[in-house]
Design a protein around this ligand. Sequence first.
Ligand code: NAP
Ligand code: MG
Length: 502
Amino acid sequence: MSAPAPATPDALSLRAGLELPYTHVDDVFSGGRWTPAQGTGRNPVTDPATGEIWGSVPDGNAEDIDAAVGAARQAFESGPWRRMSATDRAGYLLRIAEGIEARAEQIALTNTRENGSPVAESRGAAANAASILRYFASLAPRLDAEDVRPFPSGVGESVVRRDPVGVCALIAPWNFPINLMVIKLAPALLAGCSVVMKPASPTPLSFRFIVDAVAAAGVPDGVVNLVTGSGRLGDALVRHPGVDKVAFTGSTPVGRKIAAAAGELLRPVTLELGGKSSAIVLPDADLEAMSSVLVRSCMRNTGQTCYISTRILAPASRYDEVVDMVTATIAAGRQEDPLDPDTVFGPCATSSQFNTVMEYVASAHAEGARATTGGRAAQLGGGLEDGFFVEPTVFADVAPSLRIAREEIFGPVLSVLRYDDVDDAVALANNTRFGLGGLVFGEDQDAALAVADRIDSGSVGLNFFASNHSAPFGGRHDSGLGTEYGEEGLSAYLSYKSIHRR
Ligand code: NAP
Ligand code: MG
């Protein structure tokens, strides 16, 4: 006899027990303190699992941008931050990391209520942010080291300075609101820059805990500033005359606009954009092992992750076997309230994202793909009736010309495509305007590495995917410009100067 399934607490009772410090706020962080916003508009914060509006933030205006950039400029020009050694700044980074860890649970719950990331995911955000800060802190000795390079001709030598690039505008999307901002903030701070940050409209509250950790660490006033508001405010920030560099993660269309503005202003820019990556399943792949990493590498965060491989390329000889494994693995993932720790798949983060995903699902049905699991909106009970849930979906018999095989969906939808030989698989994987992630599954490590080398993309995983804080991460082609993480990610916040002497 099997035990009865444990009762799942309903959405209302889970939410009634939450006491989140930030819900409806009217301030922004400027010049070292929380201060009332000047923009009088408000932007709602919606729980995508229930559709309930549970918070709101100021819709900042041009004066808020002026104040934040002005504070950052003043801190950069006349404050102590850039004059300290990198080793001293690293001490602040380590304290910020501790402060973030101390706020981990509030960060996770706020993040989950903003964008519906399962708490099993959002509970990792603080530890990951702390780890990013500690990694960049570890690079301080390299920044502080004397760098003197002889002329190859022997006529003298050059002292190479690594100056901070200046005031940086940091703009993040909603899918990983903590990580994707901290990956900019940490190297910017270590370099000695000042920053003005704008989170995405759906996720403006969780990042406040990071700012609190910055303030508690004693970072000098004006070095770190936070504004909230729409994409229009982001545009004003990008173009503000007081900004020296822009770092952006988000969609390719917005990235293009930012690149155009930065081009006109000759302002350095780092762009981490969209993707449409492929997992190549080689004929010798261990499908059981692949199943154990499938959600993380192909449908992480309910499919709302930039680098995941949403196209699975299976050899014709094992096509049905791969489809069966992928279908069974995805169908076994529990879709429920994202506040429930056992939930694997949550809702789409916003109603507009839900609509976009459902349009892609409809296009796949219309174009002749076969849904082997999912393929429609999910109907959940227990208070989740108005949430933005799409059933985790796998489409088989997907021709490469289908929209779902070519465009970034950013929802819980996988396509399984068929290939004949390895050359065909590589050609299919590279048949995209993007170049962000990718995976190769195969038992023969050398053969898998040789295939990975042929994928035209910034990162490729062999039998698993993870981002390594010390290795560069970035996209090629329509997936972006420049890299984050690693020493390469730090150099994006530096401006080099060579002083030549005999
Ligand atoms: P998005 O619509 O491009 O927005 C990203 C950020 O830019 C938000 O803060 C947004 O503010 C702001 N923004 C919008 N228009 C702007 C403008 N004209 N000028 C300056 N800022 C502007 O992207 P999203 O929908 O939030 O995120 C999903 C996308 O991010 C996907 O395409 C995904 O692939 C990509 N992504 C890439 C990576 C990577 O590392 N390559 C990582 C994660 C996500 P509002 O929210 O107020 O509009
Ligand atoms: Mg958007």
